[in-house]
Design a protein around this ligand. Structure first.
Ligand code: PLP
Length: 224
């Protein structure tokens, strides 16, 4: 059986390889370990191996782990759908939120971000394949939302995030990611393209991803 250590090493080597293949440096792509449905001891083990940024989808589950791991200096990223009545805990306990998809949520996070903390880093989620089942805004709606969010003083608008529909063909994966890369060119103040998961990481890096969100390839299959 593969160990966490060997999987983590392999993913890092894969990121480096994909980056270099596209004339990018390995450190231009950040690795976010997606730890949803993984117990706290798995995060602790990954942290001991040098992984300090973790992505979580479910607020209560994340809060439980944050309590169990309070002794570690983890950078917490929220990547799941946001209920607007749950924004306070996001504003108080995370450094990043990738899944902003409406102004109401952004305003609440801005108002609730504690004064003593730095700005909350945020990405706008784009529903890149216009799938009714997925959250996120259309590319057409991006300029208006980006303009409003950029004005919220307690948020720092870092970039765009997308979860494309499942697609096996690497060229088509890359084409879809390319739309996000293209869209970000209009916003020189943004520096983050949160795209690429276990199954499409290489294509995402080829298209310009700066942050890949990897769960399964690090921790193995999730028990549901
Ligand atoms: C679960 C999840 C991931 C990681 O997916 P894997 O296929 O396990 O790598 C990345 N991003 C989001 C938003 C997720 O929900």
């Amino acid at each position: 059986m593969k160990t966490l250590e060997s999987r983590l090493k392999q993913i890092k080597a894969q990121i480096k390889h994909a980056a270099e293949e596209h004339e990018r440096s390995a450190d231009s792509v950040q690795l976010l370990a997606v730890s949803k449905k993984q117990p706290a001891d798995q995060l602790r083990a990954a942290y001991a191996l040098g992984q300090s940024a973790f992505g979580e989808n479910y607020l209560q589950e994340a809060r439980d782990k944050q309590e169990q791991l309070a002794d570690l200096d983890i950078e917490w990223h929220f990547i799941g759908p946001i209920q607007s009545n749950k924004t306070r805990e996001l504003a108080e306990h995370f450094q990043w939120v990738h899944s902003i998809d409406r102004l109401k949520v952004a305003k609440r996070l801005n108002d609730q971000r504690p004064e003593q903390l730095p700005q909350l880093n945020v990405c706008l989620q784009i529903n890149i394949d216009n799938e009714p089942s997925k959250s996120g805004i259309s590319l057409e709606a991006l300029p208006a939302l980006a303009e409003e969010v950029a004005q919220l003083p307690r948020l720092r608008l870092r970039g765009l995030m997308a979860i494309p529909k499942a697609e096996e063909n690497p060229l088509r994966q890359r084409e879809t990611f390319g739309k996000l890369t293209q869209a970000m060119r209009n916003y020189p103040e943004m520096d983050t393209l949160s795209m690429g998961m276990s199954a499409d990481m290489n294509a995402a890096i080829a298209a310009g991803s700066t942050l890949v969100r990897i769960g399964t390839a690090i921790f193995g299959k999730r028990s549901v």
